[in-house]
Design a protein around this ligand. Structure first.
Ligand SMILES: [Zn+2]
Ligand SMILES: [Zn+2]
Length: 100
C-alpha cells in the first residue's frame, strides 16, 4: 500500500507536509503568512478561499439555521446614538401607545 500522506504542499517552496496544521505552521514561520482562523471552530487556514470553503462546507448549514433564528430575535441594538434618552423615552412611549 502506498501512502500519499504528504498532500499538503507549500506553494512557496514546494515542501510537503503530513498535516494541514504543519503546512500552516511552516507557512507562518518561514514565509510569514497571515494564517486565517475559522471564527466558528478555530481551525486555521492558509488561504482565505480555504477558510471560506471550510465555513461553507462545515458551518454553512449551521449558519443558515442561525440566521433564521436571529430573525425571530428581538432587536436590542435599536439605540444608534447615546444621549437621546429623553427622545428615546418618548419614542418607546409612543411605541407602547401604538401597540396597545
Ligand atoms: Zn514553504
Ligand atoms: Zn470552522
Amino acid at each position: 500500500m502506498v501512502f500519499f500522506n504528504k498532500k499538503h504542499k507549500c506553494e512557496e517552496d514546494g515542501k510537503k507536509f503530513d498535516t494541514y496544521n504543519e503546512l500552516i505552521e511552516h507557512a507562518r514561520k518561514i514565509h510569514h503568512y497571515t494564517i486565517l482562523k475559522c471564527n466558528r471552530c478555530g481551525k486555521q487556514f492558509y488561504h482565505e478561499k480555504d477558510r471560506l470553503h471550510h465555513v461553507r462546507e462545515e458551518h454553512g448549514k449551521e449558519m443558515d439555521a442561525r440566521s433564521h433564528k436571529n430573525e425571530h430575535k428581538h432587536k436590542k441594538e435599536d439605540r444608534s446614538q447615546k444621549g437621546t434618552s429623553a427622545q428615546e423615552q418618548v419614542n418607546s412611549h409612543a411605541k407602547n401607545l401604538d401597540k396597545f
